[in-house]
Design a protein around this ligand. Sequence first.
Ligand SMILES: C[S@@+](CC[C@H](N)C(=O)[O-])C[C@H]1O[C@@H](n2cnc3c(N)ncnc32)[C@H](O)[C@@H]1O
Length: 250
Amino acid sequence: MQNISKNYTSLAPYYDLLMRRIRYRDWMRYVESIIHMHTPHAQTVLDIACGTGNGMLNLRKKYRLYVAFDRSFEMIRIFKSKLRFYDIKPLLFVADVRNIPLKSDIIDAAFSIFDSLNNLLTARDLKKAFAEVFRILKKGGVFIFDLNTPYVLKEHWGTKTRIEEDEDILSIWRTRYKNGISELHITLFVKGADNKYIRVDEIHRERGYETQKVLSLLKDAGFSEVYAYDHMTFSPPSPDSLRVNYVAVK
Ligand SMILES: C[S@@+](CC[C@H](N)C(=O)[O-])C[C@H]1O[C@@H](n2cnc3c(N)ncnc32)[C@H](O)[C@@H]1O
């Protein structure tokens, strides 16, 4: 029986290597264009479920205050270790999006990228998260996030196994879709300095949410304007959208 670690814990040191093909720079250009559209004078930015910082560290514009948090202590630790290569000094902490330890009405623009909020497995939890983000945003502040759709979790992730091999790391990605939840078993074999491999196992779960449901939860949380776009576009999502980008204005 393998030792399954807490989400994004033993995986954290390898996260950036596993995600090296993700085009964070382009993704953040898109996010920043939306920030600019709704809050052109934003001074305070918040990265929710920031992981190792790949969202925040790819912001191009300069802001007065950078704030970021993640539920995983290890992801935050890696984020901190990368900061010596950057000229920003974000306020970083470990927290859950359902209970954000920040004062109300202080953030101009909050974003959460890469399906982080699909990790919330019930509409109740998503609602709690929206209420918290609404609370900490200033009036007129913007919240930008993306979610994997039920369609991608069911039809693309489905129930399958994928293996990837790189120089020092072999990864096995096994997905199973059941009752609206995609369960992803990730197994890594990582080559150590002594040429021996160590094994890392984690199980991640994501629930997909229908666009109309997400928009109505955002409205219920109090947001005055809500939008849904097919990811990286400004076009409406379609039934076969893989990822939907949401924008909500307080
Ligand atoms: C796929 S990673 C994305 C990380 C980062 N946003 C990126 O784009 O690289 C998902 C992240 O969501 C975080 N997360 C999951 N549930 C969370 C919650 N309830 N509150 C805060 N962070 C959460 C995980 O710890 C993980 O770092």
